[in-house]
Ligand binder design. Structure first.
Ligand code: GLN
Ligand code: ZN
Length: 769
């Protein structure tokens, strides 16, 4: 074989995937119109085609040698993989219509994604430690896998016709099954991974099908290989890829790993007859650790030197030095992004409001294409101007206005363990009981009330300059008055102001903090047609002035009941932003914590007796490898404590955590040392309470007793049952009653009766104990 850059056998400059929602969110808009019945399937297909062709043209135009295809999706690539292998759960088999997308019934496809009136959709969860959500496949002992290759074949043909060198991408069988859940009714000990051999046969067929039209390489994504694997799993991976490599007439196989290092499986994959491996150089293996792996030097390596999921411009010279080491040791090296560019916006050039000094240190998807091409060229002795430009910009990064704030770093450095320590819990409990005089089983909510259209319009009008500050403030105060009055009518014990002024719980604070920048159009797909615009945390974080105090004190002035101050915690402020990569996240988190600490101090001084600091993202940033958990929990818990430990014993600190899989972070919940912790629990029958109690957690806890993720109104009796269950693990003195999460996505028509039922159920239980 020949290792020259443009021979057929090498992949060359490439990326593992490209954004697919459309530069101006065309696909989102087309989907929403299609779902509303305003456009037909032909128009949807046309919009999708335009998005794909733009991707192909952009990637090829930037100079990539080969480009990924089948990375487009109408909704989600895990859903597409379920369709590819025909793993369609039984409840969707009867859903059908007349529209077809790449050979598949469109009604059934979108039913799996979004449900219908009667059929619930697939569950959705986070894709590894990113903010992308995928649909969870449901696999059972009898799921019949059948190949349906229409989509990859069509996207390949479309790209060939466009004159580019395409490489079909599919989610690999191991990752697909690792991320699947057992279908309802499967035996307790059934694991989807037990179906690997059957599924691999479908992939073997797929390889043969792709060989026919002349596909040179197929990329099989296996990010699940960067998590902890046991010996049985490693063996299963080895057998799967030996089998696929043994397919006679097939394209070359590139197994792509990202988000970490495939520590356990790298040696076995290097020993199989697959031709290529993609490695994430940012989070993945260290050259010195793996370069000597037997067989690796014979593979084609696709090295992800450009960060695919963050927005910082690459230091091309540093990357080139790293790549040179690999090239010295490996036969065939190609350059890529560390993962799909799905996780970053399209183009920084269209951002007109960013400080030019900041803008030049940023790289979105299109800028990353150019970086990959420059780095690949350098491997072959071509050094375009990009290198000196990169050196210049990298040397200027610290000069971005506001990036370095010596006052902030000095303050953070001066913090000691005492600054993260409150008085002992029993002292706080006594002081708070005296001050707050709450009933047994206090009732409350998590913060937001329904964000009605009127509220969103009022915010948008103010942001666009169509209304002035006075009019806006009056409008928001009117909303707060209504929400407080409603809570009093319902009889809740601890009130909230309802968060009408917040567009998003992170963006709202990011816009008020120094060190964060916002983009105008930096949209990233979150799931389906949903996009988010994460702020960019680029510099030392500082709070120039109070952020929430006016709203909180206004609300408190309306009622004799306590109103909770409401803040977003430091970990979540990092998790839902693009975070600077020039210092450890622990340092950045402490800076955010100090800004929040100032806010907490001001809220307390303004007479607010309870302050809730939400950390819904604490679980999602948990590292993929167990060895990294402790270090993460140390800094994340430490930052939360830094934000919340300044207050007097009689000020009550609440936190809210938004999920029910606590297994791995139960100790952290205790470590946060909040006085009251509310958690999602309604859907899991309070199971987690028992485990929390077993660990000796002695703070107050508010398990969600009302599932706000569905429009369904729970009745009083079922809430009473949940409260009864909770009381079997938590003494009444420490139990709070609240919904699962904020109410902003719900309507008043559901929220009001649901909260009334919650309060009545609580009263009924109180009367019995
Ligand atoms: N206080 C926020 C709200 O009620 C919390 C949201 C969340 O946990 N994601 O909306
Ligand atoms: Zn929540």
């Amino acid at each position: 074989m020949n290792a020259s850059p443009h021979s057929e056998t090498t992949i060359g400059a490439t990326v593992l995937g490209y954004p697919r929602i459309g530069r101006t969110r065309e696909l989102k808009k087309a989907l929403e119109k299609y779902w509303a019945g305003n456009i037909d399937v032909a128009a949807l297909n046309e919009a999708a085609r335009a998005v794909r062709l733009d991707a192909l043209d952009t990637m090829a135009g930037a100079g990539l040698d080969t480009v990924p295809v089948n990375t487009f999706s109408w909704y989600d690539h895990m859903l597409d993989t379920a369709v590819l292998v025909d793993a369609i759960p039984a409840r969707f088999r009867d859903v059908s219509g007349t529209d077809v997308l790449a050979g598949f019934d469109a009604a059934r496809y979108f039913a799996m994604a979004r449900g219908t009136g009667t059929v619930p959709p697939l569950e959705m969860t986070k894709w590894f430690d990113t903010n992308y959500h995928y649909l969870v496949p449901e696999i059972g002992p009898d799921t019949r896998f059948t190949l349906r290759a229409t989509k990859p074949v069509a996207e390949y043909a479309e790209a060939v016709a466009r004159g580019v060198s395409p490489r079909p991408v599919v989610v690999g069988p191991f990752t697909f099954l690792s991320l699947a859940k057992a279908e309802a009714g499967a035996p307790d000990d059934f694991s989807p991974l037990s179906r690997l051999n059957d599924l691999v046969e479908v992939y073997a067929e797929l390889l043969a099908v792709l060989a026919d039209p002349g596909v040179a390489w197929v990329q099989i994504d296996e990010p699940a290989l960067v998590r902890d694997l046991n010996d049985a799993q490693v063996g299963a991976v080895a057998r799967a890829y030996e089998r696929l490599a043994a397919v006679k007439h097939r394209p070359k196989i590139l197994v792509a790993t990202y988000f970490g290092s495939p520590v356990e499986t790298l040696p076995v994959l290097a020993g199989t007859a697959i031709e290529g491996l993609a490695l994430d150089l940012l989070r993945g293996p260290d050259f010195d650790e793996v370069a000597g792996t037997p067989g690796l030097a014979e593979k084609s390596l696709v090295l992800g030197a450009v960060d695919g999921r963050n927005v910082w411009r690459n230091d091309l010279t540093a990357s080139r030095l790293e790549l040179d080491r690999w090239r010295g040791a490996v036969r065939d090296v190609s350059v890529s992004t560390s993962c799909s560019l799905l996780h970053v916006p399209y183009d920084v050039e269209i951002e007109t409001d960013l400080d030019p000094a900041l803008k030049e240190v940023l790289a979105f998807a299109d800028q990353k294409l150019a970086e990959v091409v420059a780095l690949h060229g350098a491997l072959h002795g071509r050094f375009p101007d990009a290198f000196s430009a990169s050196d210049d910009v990298v040397s200027r990064r610290d000069l971005v206005p506001g990036l370095l704030r010596p006052d902030v770093t000095a303050r953070a450095a001066a913090m000691t363990a005492d600054d993260r320590q409150r008085e002992p819990r029993h002292v706080r409990q006594t002081a708070q009981r005296e001050r707050l005089t709450l009933p047994l089983l206090p009732t409350t909510t998590i913060g937001s009330f329904p964000q009605t259209r009127a509220v969103r319009v009022a915010r948008a009008d103010f942001a666009a300059g169509r209304s002035d500050l006075t009019a806006y403030t009056e409008r928001m105060q009117a909303e707060i008055r209504d929400v407080v009055a409603l809570q009093e009518r319902i009889g809740l014990d601890v009130l909230v102001h309802g968060e009408p002024e917040r567009n998003d719980m992170v963006q709202y604070f990011a816009e008020q903090l120094d060190g964060y920048a916002s983009t105008r159009a930096g949209w990233v797909q979150s799931y389906g047609s949903r996009c988010v615009r994460p702020p960019i945390l680029y510099g030392d974080v500082h709070r120039p002035e109070p952020m929430t105090v006016e709203w909180a004190t206004y609300a408190q002035g309306l009622t004799a009941k306590p109103v909770k101050g409401m803040l977003t915690g430091p970990v979540t402020m990092l998790a839902w932003a693009f975070v600077r990569d020039d210092q450890p996240r622990a340092v950045t988190a402490d800076q955010v914590a100090l800004a929040l600490r100032d806010e907490v101090i001001d809220l307390e001084a303004a007479g607010i007796s309870m302050i809730q600091v939400d950390e819904p993202a604490l679980r999602e940033l948990l590292p993929l490898r167990a060895v990294d958990h402790q270090a993460y929990l140390d800094w994340s818990v430490g930052a939360f404590r830094l934000a919340t430990s300044s207050v007097a014993a009689h000020t009550q600190v609440h936190t809210h955590l938004c999920y029910s899989e606590f297994g791995e972070i139960i100790e952290a919940i205790d470590g946060l040392n909040a006085d009251v912790t509310s958690v999602e629990a309604a859907r899991s029958d309070m199971e987690l309470l028992a485990s929390i109690s077993e660990r000796g957690f002695d703070g107050d806890i508010g398990p969600g007793v009302y599932d706000i993720h569905s429009p369904r109104v729970p009745d009083q009796a079922e809430i009473e049952v949940l409260i009864g269950l909770a009381l079997t693990s938590v003494p009444a003195e420490r139990l709070w009653i609240n919904p699962d999460c904020g109410l902003k996505t719900r309507g008043y028509a559901e929220v009001e009766p649901a909260l009334i039922h919650m309060v009545e159920a609580t009263r009924a239980v109180r009367a019995r104990i």
